[in-house]
Design a protein around this ligand. Structure first.
Ligand code: AMP
Length: 189
């Protein structure tokens, strides 16, 4: 089963992905986590992407597609993948389809976590106070939300046309969102 957790920054994708990893043994592929790890370890890639991330913009398709390709190869044979924060552009979605097809697979389901902008802004303000992640500051967050609306939201029609989108109310509690995701996954696509 290959699953995309889809939604704007701070919709709860990472939280729900981690639970699915624990409960189902899926592999979480978060491009945001991979890029942050590259920065922390000071690799050449990390240095290249730092300014783009801090500006709240999207890193190039080429870079994130290469990261995903590497992880798919590394975990070939896993029971399932959860794509978290990827794809974020139509070009990334097309590349993902091609990569999965080359492993005899495809996307089975896109779970869209629906959260309104005021709730996202409140969550990010809290996360910024708690964790101090540079790109969570209010000015950068506005840019990340704009990038989502301009470049990532156009993926909704891409997956809707293929009947893959399942909407979940992301404003509910973490446990309620988890239960709603489990209910979606219990129904064959
Ligand atoms: P995230 O933790 O998923 O919100 O990602 C943090 C930042 O990493 C984003 O604001 C982008 O700068 C970059 N990033 C993460 N995933 C992608 C992606 N799929 N495409 C382009 N940039 C990404």
């Amino acid at each position: 089963m290959n699953l995309i957790l889809f939604g704007p920054p701070a919709a709860g994708k990472g939280t729900q992905a981690k639970r699915l990893v624990e409960e189902r043994g899926f592999i979480q592929l978060s491009t945001g986590d991979m890029l942050r790890a590259a920065r922390t370890s000071g690799t050449e890639l990390g240095l290249r992407v730092a300014a783009v991330m801090d500006a709240g913009s999207l890193v190039s398709d080429e870079i994130v597609i290469a990261l995903i390709e590497e992880q798919l190869q590394l975990h070939a044979g896993a029971p399932g993948f959860i794509f978290d924060g990827f794809p974020r552009t139509v070009a990334q979605a097309e590349a993902l389809d091609a990569l999965l097809a080359s492993h005899d697979g495809g996307i089975d389901c896109v779970i869209r976590l629906v959260v309104d902008d005021s709730q996202l802004t409140a969550r990010i303000a809290r996360r910024f106070a708690e964790q101090g992640r540079a790109d969570d500051n209010p000015e950068t967050f506005v840019k990340r939300l704009a990038a989502y609306n301009a470049q990532t939201a156009p993926l909704l029609p891409y997956y809707t046309a293929r009947g893959l989108i399942r909407e979940v109310d992301g404003m509910a509690s973490i446990d309620e969102v988890a239960a709603a995701i489990d209910a979606v996954l219990a129904v064959p696509a």
